[in-house]
Ligand binder design. Structure first.
Ligand SMILES: Nc1ncnc2c1ncn2[C@@H]1O[C@H](COP(=O)(O)OP(=O)(O)O)[C@@H](O)[C@H]1O
Ligand SMILES: C[C@@](O)(CCOP(=O)(O)OP(=O)(O)O)CC(=O)O
Length: 442
């Protein structure tokens, strides 16, 4: 492999199943977004030190955005930073991709330097303190702060980074991956889940990594033990255990394509304040354990509402695919879906308000319920919800394709805190980008 090549992976919005998805008993709906994380892999290069590999990852949209790590087979491919700065997500990707492919120094003696550039679309981060530059054939925002200091919008930047970087790095070891990402999607997904969990230092449900790898899906998580049982990186057994986990073990996971029907549009509104997912999760867990069996009843009601929501969307999607988009049947189905979606939202709001009041975790605080109710009055809106962990981060509105929420809400005080992000659903997962030269700075 000596060619330039580029890959990209999508951001996510969790539309149903927040909290429940942490338990392998429940399904969630996560959609892939048009905002993507990109990786441009350069041809092999030569590093003077012939007994080591070096991976150089550059993310030039952020201050000091360059991380270099060296690895060698003798030290169990434990990445050693040579740039001084560390990025845990990049570090764990390198550790796992090398431990899985186990490249032999002799085979790579004159091609042991791997250079990868990362680009992230604007919607992932707040645009304050940034300048737009024409880069290749794209407009990209360049921030004056380091990546950790730039506020996020919650689209899953680390999951996108891990997934696209795993793909790009793997393409150095498997030359035919570039033209066959589909054939390696499961390996990319499994390796990315492992790296992401290790970097986060916790085992989330993995819905964000699954969406980065597969796009819009109905998702049921893997048992957390699969990853927590791995030995430490550097342990002599790590490469074999990892390979066994990635290739042989049944993860008991559900990943089924489940996208928003093509006649509907997704709007994502960033709210000018944020919530911390980890703290919310801790409070909800505590509430769940101390309120059994009532908390189980609440989860069962929520799960029922979530499943109805996913089923209705699938039904509408199937109808859309088999009919002319302007047929009377589609209009009727959308009208029916609106009624169903509103009853589902009522049920979700009732449950989330109850959890909010009893746990002290602001999943759906009254101001957010009010905002959703206001959104519901806009023309063309089917339903709206608070994505992911809820709180004050964001709202999602599902509307008919011709509804223009930006125009409808402009100057309306009720929506003064909402900034509509420039994203839509894009249901494909990690993939090759056909024209890598469009990323080159001219
Ligand atoms: N474009 C990028 N370049 C380099 N590192 C990135 C980039 N985007 C995200 N990251 C890494 O992911 C971290 C953010 O991860 P996290 O806090 O889990 O946020 P998110 O919810 O967006 O995934 C950053 O601090 C950085 O280490
Ligand atoms: C609570 C959760 O089920 C969903 C959180 O969804 P968000 O979309 O809010 O996630 P972050 O981007 O990580 O903050 C936790 C999980 O499933 O890991």
């Amino acid at each position: 492999m000596s060619e330039f090549r580029a890959f990209s992976a999508p951001g996510k919005a969790l539309l149903a199943g927040g909290y429940l998805v942490l338990d392998p008993k429940y399904d969630a709906l996560v959609v892939g977004l048009s905002a993507r994380m990109h990786a441009l892999a350069y041809p092999y290069d030569l590093l003077e030190k012939l007994d080591k590999f070096e991976v150089r990852v550059r993310s030039r949209q952020f201050k000091d955005g360059e991380w270099s790590y060296q690895v060698s087979p003798e030290s169990g491919f434990i990445p050693v930073s040579v740039s001084g700065s560390k990025n845990p997500f990049i570090e764990k990707v390198i550790a796992n991709v090398f431990n899985y492919f186990k490249p032999n120094m002799d085979d790579y003696c004159s091609r042991n330097l791997f250079v990868i550039d990362i680009f992230s679309d604007d919607a992932y981060h707040s645009q304050e303190d940034s300048v737009t530059r024409h880069y290749g054939s794209r407009n990209l925002s360049f921030h004056s702060h380091r990546i950790e200091e730039v506020p996020k919008t919650g689209l899953g930047s680390s999951a996108g980074l891990v997934t696209v970087l795993t793909t790009a790095l793997a393409s150095f070891f498997v030359p035919n991956l570039t033209d066959n990402v589909e054939g390696y999607r499961k390996v990319i997904h499994n390796l990315s889940q492992v790296a992401h969990c290790q970097a986060q230092g916790k085992i989330g449900s993995g819905f964000d990594v699954a969406a980065a790898a597969y796009g819009s899906i109905r998702y049921r998580r893997f048992p957390p033990k699969l990853i927590s049982d791995l030995p430490d990186i550097g342990n002599v057994n790590y490469p074999d255990k990892l390979t066994h986990l990635v290739d042989e073990v049944d993860w008991n996971i559900t990943i089924e394509s489940n996208c928003l029907p093509s006649g509907l549009a997704l709007w994502m509104g960033d709210i000018k304040s944020g919530s911390e997912t980890v703290k919310l999760v801790q409070k909800v867990k505590k509430w769940y354990d101390s309120h059994l069996p009532e908390s189980l009843e609440v989860y069962t009601e929520l799960d029922h509402a979530n499943s109805r929501f996913m089923d209705e969307l699938s039904k509408l999607d199937r109808l859309h695919n088999s009919h002319d988009h302007y047929s009377g049947q589609i209009f009727e189905a959308i009208k029916k879906m609106t009624l169903v979606a509103r009853s589902i939202r009522k049920s979700q709001t009732r449950c989330f308000r109850k959890i909010t009041e009893e746990s002290g975790a602001d999943i759906e605080p009254p101001v957010q319920t009010k905002l959703l109710d206001d959104c519901q009055t806009l023309e063309g809106v089917l339903t709206c919800l608070i994505p992911g962990a809820g709180g004050y981060d964001a709202i999602v509105v599902i509307a008919t394709q011709d509804a223009d929420l930006k125009t409808q809400t402009a100057g309306d005080k009720r929506f003064s805190n909402v900034q509509w992000l420039d994203v839509c659903q894009a249901d494909w997962g990690v993939r090759k980008e056909e024209e890598p030269e469009t990323y080159f700075k001219k």
